[in-house]
Design a protein around this ligand. Structure first.
Ligand code: SF4
Length: 136
């Protein structure tokens, strides 16, 4: 469902620009009842990271996780990643602190909340294994 919504939104936006990516993220928020990170610098860095990944790989891979550019190995990391809904439900934020629960700022004083990595370690290892092939 998340992927379908993402595809529908993407069709109308140029996500290789910061403005387009920001619009995309706002629409994701609207549809999920989330809010965006309020710290301007952090938000800007995350949006820039998404744009960079979109240009480099053709998809907006998570800006705070390692990506290799092989889509089938990191479909789960295309923003909003598969882990965002359960993370926001449990901790009030996604792993990068880009998308937040509406009550996040009432619940937390921290500028950045470090939460556990929900992505299974096997997925990370598969990416590393793929990358290692280039260095053998
Ligand atoms: S952790 Fe947040 S920014 Fe990173 S991919 Fe998931 S939803 Fe996007």
């Amino acid at each position: 469902m998340m992927r379908y919504l993402g595809r529908m939104i993407k069709m109308t936006l140029d996500m290789e620009t910061k403005e387009g990516m920001m619009e995309y993220c706002k629409k994701i928020c609207e549809r999920n009842n989330w809010i965006l990170q309020k710290d301007k610098q952090t938000l800007n860095d995350l949006i820039e990271g998404l744009v960079k990944n979109k240009k480099r790989y053709g998809y907006q891979s998570c800006p705070c996780r390692f990506a290799c550019g092989k889509r089938e190995l990191e479909r789960d990391l295309i923003c909003p990643c598969e882990y965002a809904p359960p993370d926001i439900k449990e901790y009030g934020t996604c792993y990068c602190n880009l998308f937040l629960n509406p009550d996040f700022y009432e619940m937390h004083e921290e500028k950045f909340l470090q939460i556990p990595e929900r992505r299974p370690v096997e997925k990370e290892e598969a990416v590393l294994e793929y990358m290692n092939k280039f260095y053998d």
